[in-house]
Design a protein around this ligand. Sequence first.
Ligand code: VGL
Ligand code: ZN
Length: 214
Amino acid sequence: MPATDTLSSLASSVLIVVDVQYDFLPGGALAVANGDQIIPTINRLAALFPHTIATQDWHPSGHISFASTHAGHQPFDVIELPYGPQVLWPEHCVQESHGAALSGQLHLPRTELVIRKGYHRQIDSYSAFMEADRRTPTGLAGYLRERGFTDCYVCGLATDFCVAWTALDARQAGFGVCVVEDACKGIDMNGSVAKAWADMAAAGVRRIHSCEIC
Ligand code: VGL
Ligand code: ZN
């Protein structure tokens, strides 16, 4: 059962729209297949939730997650960094580039915060809560607590990276968490979408369909 099954209880919930940026949409530098298809569903959710926040991947040039930063490496190679394994990506979501902009198809009239992440050159951040070194917080947990939110509904791109890491860290921070399956799309490398759903289920993240709320 979803954490909130009545409209009134959405008052203490926040919709978190993850990384719906041009670089993750068809034609973008790190396009998620059919990533644009979830936008109407996200817009329907956003019309219902009284509180929305959005996240924005926001990398400096020469970011550690870019394959181009590491001589001899190709996109989708995995390298070992001081904080653990890192997938290397095509250059994407470079600060102030068009690819880093949120899609103009999004209608998120009640967005109260846009939280940027991945701006430290030496640390990636899939999660909107905690960077990949697992010790550098973004401040989002404190913001949500101070605002009195108890539950997070997570949607966006990509299911197996930024959505999953954000949902897992929201649980870790003590929030009730639902991921809206049909409002997400995955990249899927070597079964990473299935693994993400298994990890989220094990952590008590609820997997719901948008029809359960709108
Ligand atoms: C993402 C890979 C690299 C995401 C961000 O938004 O899921 N994936 N940077
Ligand atoms: Zn990124």
